[in-house]
Design a protein around this ligand. Structure first.
Ligand SMILES: NC(=O)c1ccc[n+]([C@@H]2O[C@H](COP(=O)([O-])OP(=O)(O)OC[C@H]3O[C@@H](n4cnc5c(N)ncnc54)[C@H](OP(=O)(O)O)[C@@H]3O)[C@@H](O)[C@H]2O)c1
Length: 279
């Protein structure tokens, strides 16, 4: 029996593949290049090319579980639904999908996929992580390095940033469990911080002043559009920052049965300190 991993070159997918290898679970990677580092096997797969959807099942007829990560688009169901329908027809029994703590079943973007999978009659788990710790090495990489700042429309709202490693532990548990729970799991990090507090943590670790630039929702939306993001998808990220500003992301940490990760933001900053220091 084989687990097909989509988004396998991304932050979560790559870490998950390592964990699944450690657990000796048979894995096939769906990648746009169709290649993967040994010992992984890969097959060419592109969400925007429906002709590639059958390739994983031709390469390995034993696929029974799928780890699903969507590309950054506003209407993922257009692509995910035909693929999942084919996968179920080919014998897939379990789907583990990454959504967001800020998006409920039926909400836009990931929330629509959550709703579809819950209603489809396939075993599933919806992983709902809060904001990723690793965003400080991607989204904020340039602004911390070059401008000594992080920016957000989160105001003084707090968020329990969670590491990819903790998310993949939850993903691995969901993929390898005897039975699925057929529900959604909120995944949060060990501690809540405001972005002012995060800027202070970064200042301590880097030994220079890092500030938090507080943006309005409109200013944040414009910044995302300047990065070249699709307008509606940028709207979703603005919505998530508004959720944080309103205290909703602090509240989700109290959800019963939430998965509480262990890797803290200060640990991450210390371990990756060189990322934000110019040579
Ligand atoms: N960042 C956060 O704070 C946060 C919080 C909650 C939830 N999430 C959710 O996490 C997910 C993103 O996970 P991530 O950070 O691990 O992703 P990531 O690092 O951005 O990687 C994206 C992956 O998707 C693949 N991909 C992109 N376009 C594709 C296409 N057309 N066909 C096939 N594969 C394609 C990429 O492959 P290539 O190597 O070919 O580009 C890559 O493997 C999103 O659903 C997001 O909503 C993120």
């Amino acid at each position: 029996m084989t687990i097909l991993v989509t988004g396998a070159t991304g932050k979560v997918g790559k870490s998950l593949v390592e964990r699944l290898h450690e657990a000796n679970a048979p894995v096939l990677l769906a990648t746009r290049s169709g290649t993967a580092e040994l010992p992984s096997k890969a097959v060419k797969f592109d969400w925007f090319d429906e002709e590639t959807y059958a390739a994983p099942f031709e390469a390995d007829p034993n696929i029974d579980k799928i780890f699903l990560i969507q590309p950054a688009i506003f209407d993922p169901l257009v692509y995910i639904k035909p693929f999942v329908e084919l996968a179920i027809a080919m014998g897939v029994k379990r789907i583990i999908y990454v959504s967001s703590s800020a998006l409920e079943k039926g909400d836009f973007v990931n929330g629509k996929v959550h709703e579809y999978l819950a209603d489809r009659g396939v075993d599933y788990v919806i992983l709902r992580p809060t904001s990723f710790t690793e965003n400080f090495g991607t989204v904020y990489y340039h602004s911390i390095r070059e401008k000594n700042e992080i920016f957000s429309a989160c105001g003084d709202g707090k968020v329990a940033y969670v590491s990819v490693d903790d998310i993949t532990q939850a993903a691995c548990d969901a993929l390898l469990a005897e039975k699925t729970t057929n529900n959604d799991v909120i995944i949060v990090g060990p501690q809540l911080y405001s972005h002012d507090e995060i800027a202070a943590l970064l200042s301590d670790v880097l030994g220079r002043k890092i500030t938090h630039r507080k943006l309005t929702s409109e200013e944040f939306r414009k910044a995302l559009l300047n990065f070249g993001m699709e307008e509606k998808y940028a709207g979703m990220l603005v919505y998530i920052h508004e959720q944080i500003a309103s205290g909703n992301e602090a509240a989700v940490t109290k959800t019963p049965n939430a998965y509480h990760g262990k890797y803290s933001l200060p640990e991450y900053f210390k371990a990756h300190k060189d990322t934000w220091i110019k040579a």
